[in-house]
Design a protein around this ligand. Structure first.
Ligand code: AHR
Length: 635
């Protein structure tokens, strides 16, 4: 195929083409990127997931019981654990142990911890990290000073193990001298332990997962959902104001993905995440719809509007002149953040429409949009449906498109964005190949892992979006992370467990990383000779990343033989000009995937230097089911 990239006639693309979407699904927040190591650290519960002692076990013959004390640590954390010596205590020391989120990674590094304790105790505490199998202690620390009756004492400590543990099958233990307890037992709560975090943030992110995300070259962060934003019922949505400040003020929530959530990864932590990776935040605000289909009636809708406006005032308001800006400052963030994108709800085309009445269209979206336009005219409002979901997006707003499709469907929709106008700005806020070709789609299960054929189809979809990069706000895979010990959504870019050595980057991770690593700032028209096949089997986009550069991205689908390509960039007529060509290919079997259990990587990466022939012609072949990027700065 003979292609010529024109030097004029293109469009400037979005500045935030690739990004991240995060919601706490698959224990990707608690037990995932949120670096807290202690599971069930504050015995948080809800009507759906009552408080319990899961994750905790007695040490030295202690007896643990869950208590709702008259004097709790805080009103947000009403439950705590009581630890008493049993009559047949088998050791002078008693205490409790936590197994972490399916293990704890123990290395020679600084762990920072806290716990709160109440009860009369005259002695020291000892904290340690131990093997759950042999009991070997990898590191211990004395936390001196006891505790008093009738008052919660906060204990802080740092612990540096002397050796790395051979596996993540470890526990964190707090012990004390049973005889020193004058009140018969001690109450403990909010027991927390962090390893070093990304950029050293307190209450921050797990380093290896954060770094894997940074490698994807993201430019935006959409949060906190997804379905998490909506909640299962109208009183269990993601309450931003309950995710702020000291951890003891955060009650947690019944997550929509079948587990109680700590909300340690709260609104400020999401903004820190965006700051630390230099990402544009796309903040999803609650739009008065719950996943069970209930929605806030129009007569009561004012509070939903005020609640959303307050959230943005918390983030962006002046510390001295706004109520919520002052609250932010009091929590240690005097400088306002900048928010340029707000999304109203999540997937509102799926519910809130009894008997043909569309509550989103009728009042939820227009009223929220008007309130934001009045108060924050610079903010780009994004509706949670897109024009592809049957919604006419009002002028000035953008839409959000969530294609979860088969590979063939992605390829068939290659021309879909070409029909958009600049009035139809679209965010691709979630996307993935989720089902096999020829299957029963959503009536069946999701595929077990991103697979090569699906990932190539995603590349074709991204190419179709980049061809219209002036009408697209940006694109992100979703969900990004999955803890392999507890999950319900299998198609994720990264699979992880407690041990960072087990983190597995999927086939889609490799494809999205390659495509996002070579940014086209201006798309340019590509002309093919008349009669050339129309984007089949080669799908491509071209443009420039800066002056005198050329970028070409392509993917091959539905071809058993390699596709020969002859490519010229107008303006480079120089024989001997050089370009880098990176080609990703997969296993011979298109359903091959990167399996976290075998850890074999099926994606082959090849980068080579090409020299242009006469007239600046770059010649190469792309194999069937491949993804490629060519970049030259030799114009
Ligand atoms: O990404 C998983 C879920 O898929 C999201 O929570 C929701 O927005 C979509 O339906």
């Amino acid at each position: 195929i003979d292609l010529r990239v024109r030097s004029t006639g293109g469009n400037k693309t979005t500045d935030i083409m690739y990004g991240l979407m995060h919601e706490d699904i698959n224990n990707s927040g608690d037990g995932g990127i949120y670096a807290e190591l202690i599971s069930n650290r504050a015995f948080q519960g809800s009507a759906k997931f009552p408080s319990n002692l899961d994750g905790w076990s007695p040490v030295g013959g202690a007896v643990l019981s869950l208590q709702k004390l008259a004097q709790p640590l805080s009103s947000a954390l009403p439950y705590s654990v009581n630890v008493a010596a049993s009559t047949n205590a088998n050791s002078a020391k008693i205490g409790l142990a936590n197994g972490g989120y399916w293990g704890i990674d123990v290395k020679v590094q600084k762990y920072t911890g806290t716990f709160h304790v109440k009860g009369e105790y005259d002695g020291d505490f000892e904290v340690s990290l131990r093997s759950a199998i042999t009991g070997e202690v990898f590191g211990r620390k004395t936390v001196s000073g006891g505790s008093v009756a009738g008052e919660w004492t906060e204990k802080e400590f740092e612990l540096v193990p002397e050796k790395n543990a051979p596996s993540s099958n470890n526990t964190f233990v707090i012990e004390w001298d049973a005889e020193g307890v004058k009140s018969g037992s001690l109450d403990l709560n909010l027991i927390s332990l962090f390893p070093p975090t990304f950029k050293g943030r307190k209450n921050g992110l797990r380093i290896d997962l954060a770094e894997a995300l940074v490698d994807l070259k993201p430019t935006f962060l959409r949060f906190p959902g997804g379905n998490m934003l909506e909640g299962n019922t109208l009183d269990t949505y993601w309450k931003w104001n309950e995710t702020l400040g000291p951890l003891k003020n955060r009650p947690g929530m019944a997550g929509v993905w079948e587990y109680q959530q700590t909300l340690g990864l709260g609104l400020s932590e999401y903004m820190n995440w965006a700051d630390d990776m230099n990402l544009e935040p796309i903040v999803g605000v609650f739009a008065g719809l719950a996943l069970d289909g209930n929605f806030v009636p129009e007569a009561e809708f004012d509070w939903v509007i005020q609640y959303a406006l307050d959230e943005i005032e918390f983030l962006t308001g002046d510390a001295n002149t706004t109520q919520w800006g002052a609250v932010r400052a009091s929590l240690g963030y005097p400088k306002p953040w900048t928010v340029n994108y707000v999304e109203i709800g999540n997937e509102d085309w799926l519910a809130g429409r009894p008997a043909g009445f569309d509550s989103y269209k009728a009042y939820r979206f227009p009223r929220l949009m008007k309130a934001f336009n009045d108060k924050y005219p610079h903010i780009q409002i994004i509706a949670s449906p897109s024009v592809f979901d049957g919604m006419t997006i009002p002028k000035g707003a953008a839409g959000d498109y969530h294609p979860y499709l088969t590979p063939d469907e992605f390829v068939q929709r290659f021309g879909r964005f070409d029909a958009l106008t600049r009035d139809n700005l679209t965010l691709i806020g979630e996307a993935a190949s989720t089902h096999p070709n020829g299957g029963i789609a959503w009536d069946g299960n999701l595929m077990p892992f991103p697979w090569w054929g699906g990932s190539v189809a995603e590349a074709i979809f991204l190419i179709s979006a980049e061809r219209n990069g002036d009408k697209i706000i940006g694109a992100t895979y979703a969900p990004g992370l999955r803890n392999m010990n507890r999950w319900q959504w299998s198609m994720t870019q990264i699979q992880h467990a407690a041990d960072p050595a087990l983190t597995t980057l999927s086939t889609s991770y490799h494809v999205w990383r390659l495509i996002a690593s070579h940014i086209i700032r201006t798309t340019l028209p590509v002309s093919a000779p008349s009669g050339a096949p129309n984007f089949n089997p080669l799908y491509y986009v071209a443009g420039s990343s800066a002056e005198n550069t050329g970028v070409f991205k392509a993917a091959v689908y539905n071809s058993t033989s390699p596709v020969p390509v002859s490519l010229r960039f107008e303006g480079i007529e120089k024989e001997g000009a050089v370009a880098n060509l990176t080609v990703l290919t997969g296993p011979s079997e298109p359903y091959g995937y990167n399996d976290p259990f075998t850890r074999a990587d099926v994606v082959k990466h090849e980068t080579r230097l090409l020299k242009a022939g006469k007239g600046g012609e770059f010649k190469f072949e792309l194999p069937g089911l491949s993804v490629a990027v060519l970049e030259t700065a030799d114009k």
